[in-house]
Design a protein around this ligand. Structure first.
Ligand code: FES
Length: 150
C-alpha cells in the first residue's frame, strides 16, 4: 500500500472503531472512552488515600482521592479494564469531586450507570467496579483517620 493511502486507511479504521463503539455505547460514554476525565495517578501531595480493587472479571481499578475536611477535593483513577470501565471510572470521579464524603458514600452503581446514560447489560458490572473501588477507598480513608487519633 502506498504511504499516502496508509493515513487514509488508519483514519478509516479509527472512524470504524468509533462508529462501532457508538453502536455499543452512547455518545457520552464514547467521549469518556476517548477523552477520560481525571485519568492518571496524581502527584503524591494530591493523594489522601489510594485504593486498587480487582473485580470478578479480572479488571482492576485504582482510585486516588484528595480529601480535606471531609470534602473530596480531587479524584483520579486508572484502570486496565474495558472502555466501559474507563467511562465508569471517569464518570464516578466527576460525580464526587467537590462533594462531601457522605455524598460519595450514598452513591450506588445505578447512579453511575444512569449518569452515563445507561451501560449495555453485559457491561453493567463496570459501574459496579467503579463503585466498589470508590467505596473501599473511602473506607480505607475513614479507617486511617479514625485510628490516627487513637
Ligand atoms: Fe471488567 Fe468492564 S469488563 S469491569
Amino acid at each position: 500500500m502506498p504511504l499516502d493511502d496508509l493515513d487514509k486507511w488508519v483514519q478509516d479504521i479509527q472512524k470504524e472503531i468509533i462508529e462501532e463503539a457508538i453502536m455499543q455505547y452512547n455518545e457520552h460514554i464514547v467521549e469518556l472512552i476517548q477523552n477520560p476525565k481525571n485519568w492518571g495517578k496524581p502527584k503524591n501531595d494530591d493523594i489522601s488515600v489510594w485504593h486498587a480493587y480487582e473485580g470478578p472479571c479480572g479488571d482492576t481499578m485504582h482510585f486516588f482521592l484528595k480529601i480535606e475536611n471531609d470534602i473530596i477535593e480531587k479524584a483520579h483513577f486508572i484502570t486496565d479494564g474495558c472502555g466501559a470501565t474507563v467511562a465508569a471510572g471517569s464518570q464516578t470521579t466527576m460525580m464526587i469531586e467537590g462533594k462531601p464524603l457522605v455524598y460519595a458514600e450514598s452513591l450506588k452503581p445505578i447512579d453511575i450507570d444512569n449518569a452515563l446514560g445507561g451501560l449495555p447489560n453485559d457491561h453493567k458490572h463496570c459501574a459496579e467496579l467503579a463503585f466498589k473501588t470508590l467505596t473501599r477507598a473511602i473506607e480505607k480513608y475513614r479507617y486511617k483517620n479514625i485510628t490516627k487519633y487513637k
